[in-house]
Design a protein around this ligand. Structure first.
Ligand code: SF4
Length: 744
């Protein structure tokens, strides 16, 4: 139909933290989106990547959950654990005969028997035909009553700490806020967390300690004002594509780009200096850069004296990292380290953008501490074109964290263990609150395996059976719960194991606010009606709250937003109706006339003393090093076309068509040493499990290193990963474990 006959709905892309503004054009006669187009907004300037442009048809999938479901067969799959769940080294799940949209997958178009892909196991998504008979349809009242009574029983019998909730960064700010409020006020526990624990929890820990705020200090668009940037531990072309276009544009205008990463992603081709360091050596590298910056006198002495603390201890620590020593640890030659230090130190303004190659390590907090220190000692915080920017993953991971979906913080990072804060929230919410920090996502899994640990869980929009490390352990833990309720839009790998499944609306079927990586709060608007009886998450959470005795009466997301703003100083002055079409950056003292604050900390930091706290770190090796049996290092991450556990993007026709197959990316020599050809099926195995997938020969990998995306159920990368965590941020080591890859 011609554009003028279509209904235009302005919204925001539901995928990465860039949060591009877009318009969906809807054919109301067909009841379907016809196309999506980028919309002008300061952070995206009408640009979209392939996910924003084509990744919306998942919402019309015939596999949407449309009615509440209650388990009828307690023996499935909660009885004797199947071989794959026990973790005996066999990959996949018992449902690997997966179908996609009703059709059996073929072997990637290759002929049966062809070694190049012919042996590929059929893959895809949960097999509805196999799983559905173990559930029966229920009314909303029946399902919600059961959820409230079972969680209530566990709470009454085992106490508050036996309950936990995983919220979701895919949901709106209002939904995140209500979910944490329910867990804290309805069940008396702070055991509430979300996927920030798996992406930037270590960055937030370091930033909170260092500068008193877990959010970015400047926007990615501010790269235009920088003389130099370091992009590190990130593949923005795949993971933050539109932000990446800003970086590339800046370089064309003269900004020096230093790219530091173990993988030679396409950003390396746009960099002035590419540093391909060994994985897990970031602390040694950045300590050495600081060593050189100090030796060359390229530090900002006034900034250090007036705006930082603990410089002397930092200087003593980095003195132990001369480039020659760091070269041995990092594999980067000493002259390149010196060149990076000089380029950074001589820049008048410089920003560091980092991704999960920094954060997803057992040393993730130390890695981020080094970046904060490097910026601080060179005076590169608090001015245009300077600052600290962890590129947030999900479209609303910033907002969900701001809204309090974190076990140690109420909304706006206000500590649950601070008396005055607790009293303030008790007064606002009208109930006594638990003063103890709750368990994180990673700690909850361990707790479930203990006799006196968590026994009942409410899972909203998360899929830990694919997303968490060492998923055989996760599956064993969560399948032993006394009660698990999963609220989602599809029958996910986690929902398979639930006692009750609640059908929620997709992003396209509800209103709400979302906060992007830049601190931009934007409105997502309802594009179409939900299928069947699916309902918005905030309404479902409210119905459960009422059933456990809470006196909630929110009529619309805007009412929830008003309550949030009243409790969140950073969101002051924002209202649902003053966000406009482009959203607003927070903090914002005049949202009627201003886009908000781009550069934070121009006068002081948010720490108690107003100073940046420099925290030195010593390099520590990763927990599981390669050896003769497992000689390769595994790095996991995302592809441009897919999103996390694939529940949405693998049901988007175009995205699945472009990227349908799980692959292990290998250096040509590593493949040749094993006699492997491009496209051949192989087995990748670690001490925790094994998967079968195709080989992709990749010149972007270092010798001895492999990369496997974690989107693919039929070759779940997290069957291989290790569940060691960072001691501060409690984030898992997704970027380093030892594996072997061998022919089938
Ligand atoms: Fe969506 Fe991120 Fe792509 Fe923008 S860059 S269209 S927010 S996935």
């Amino acid at each position: 139909r011609p554009r003028e006959e279509l209904d235009a709905v302005d919204s925001v892309c539901p995928y990465c933290g860039v949060g591009c503004a877009l318009t969906y054009y809807v054919d109301r006669e067909r009841g379907a989106i016809s196309f999506a187009e980028g919309r002008d907004q300061p952070g995206s300037q009408s640009r979209l990547c392939v996910k924003g442009r084509y990744g919306w048809d998942y919402s019309a999938s015939p596999q949407r959950l449309t009615v509440p479901l209650i388990r009828v067969d307690s023996a499935y799959p909660k009885g004797p654990l199947s071989a794959d769940v026990r973790g005996d080294g066999h990959g996949g799940t018992r449902n690997d005969r997966g179908r996609v949209n009703g059709g059996e997958r073929s072997g990637g178009g290759r002929k049966p028997g062809d070694k190049r892909g012919g042996k590929r196991k059929p893959g895809g998504l949960v097999d509805y035909d196999e799983v559905m008979p173990h559930f029966r349809e229920a009314t909303w009242d029946e399902a919600l009553d059961l959820v409230a009574s079972r969680l209530g029983e566990i709470h009454a019998l085992r106490g508050s700490e036996a309950i936990a909730g995983f919220g979701s960064a895919k949901c709106s700010n209002e939904e995140a806020y209500l979910f944490q409020k329910l867990i804290r006020t309805g069940f008396g526990t702070n055991n509430v967390d979300h996927c920030t624990r798996l992406c930037h929890a270590s960055s937030v820990a370091a930033l909170f300690e260092g500068v008193g705020s877990g959010a970015v200090s400047t926007t990615y668009g501010d790269v235009a004002n920088a003389d130099c940037v370091i992009i590190t531990g990130s593949n923005p072309t795949a993971n933050h594509p539109v932000a990446s276009s800003f970086f590339k544009q800046a370089r064309r205008r003269g900004t020096k780009v230093i790219y530091v990463d173990p993988r030679a992603s396409t950003v390396a081709e746009h960099a002035d200096i590419f540093v391909q360091l060994k994985p897990g050596t970031d602390v040694a590298f950045y300590n050495s850069v600081m060593h050189e910056v100090i030796r060359l006198g390229l530090i900002d002495r006034d900034f250090i004296a007036n705006r930082t603390s603990n410089y002397d201890e930092l200087a003593r620590t980095v003195a132990d990292y001369p480039p020659e020593r760091a070269a041995q640890i990092t594999g980067v030659d000493a002259d390149t380290i010196r060149e990076v230090a000089r380029t950074w130190g001589e820049a008048g303004s410089a920003v560091v953008y980092w991704g999960m190659g920094i954060s997803q390590h057992t040393t993730g907090t130390d890695n981020a501490r080094c970046l904060i220190a490097l910026c601080s000692i060179t005076g590169n915080v608090g001015r245009p074109g300077t600052g600290l920017h962890p590129l947030r993953g999900q479209n609303n991971v910033q907002g969900a964290s701001d809204a309090g979906l974190i076990p140690m913080f109420y909304p706006d990072y206000q500590g649950v263990d601070r008396d005055a804060t607790q009293r303030r929230f008790e007064q606002a919410w009208g109930t006594p609150l638990n003063p103890n920090r709750g368990l994180t996502v990673t700690e909850i899994i361990g707790s479930v395996l203990k006799p006196d640990g968590v026994r009942g869980m409410y899972m909203l929009g998360e899929n830990p059976f694919l997303s968490d490390p060492n998923i055989n352990k996760v599956r064993k833990a969560l399948s032993s719960l006394d009660f698990l309720v999963v609220q989602d839009i599809f029958l996910t790998e986690t929902a398979e194991f639930a006692d009750v499944i609640l059908p929620a609306t997709s992003y396209l079927e509800k209103d709400g606010t979302y906060t992007n990586t830049d601190r931009r709060v934007q409105l997502g608007r309802k594009v179409m009606d939900a299928p069947g009886q699916a309902r918005p998450d905030w309404q479902i959470v409210q119905d459960i709250a009422r059933r456990v005795g809470l006196d909630w009466d929110y009529g619309a997301p805007g009412e929830v937003f008003d309550e949030m703003v009243a409790l969140m100083p950073s969101y002051r002055n924002l209202r649902y109706d003053n966000l406009g079409l482009s959203g607003k950056l927070y903090p914002n003292d005049d949202p009627e006339h201003s886009d908000g604050t781009i550069v934070m900390f121009d006068e002081k930091f948010n720490t108690d003393d107003g100073l940046a706290h420099l925290v030195p770190a010593q390099w520590l090796p990763p927990k599981e090093l390669p050896d003769a049996e497992y000689p390769l290092v595994l790095n996991t991450g995302r592809l441009l076309e897919h999103w996390h556990t694939g529940s949405m993007t693998r049901r988007s026709f175009a995205l699945d068509a472009i990227s349908p197959v799980a692959e292990v990316y290998m250096h040509p020599k590593d493949a040749a040493d094993r006699g492997l050809a491009h496209g051949e099926m192989v087995r990748a195995r670690s001490r925790r499990g094994a998967i079968e997938l195709q080989v992709r020969i990749s010149h972007r990998e270092q010798l001895g290193n492999c990369f496997i995306p974690f989107h693919f159920r039929e070759a779940a990368a997290n069957l291989l990963t290790i569940d060691e965590i960072d001691p501060y941020g409690k984030i898992p080591e997704f970027k380093f474990c030892a594996i072997q890859v061998e022919p089938l």
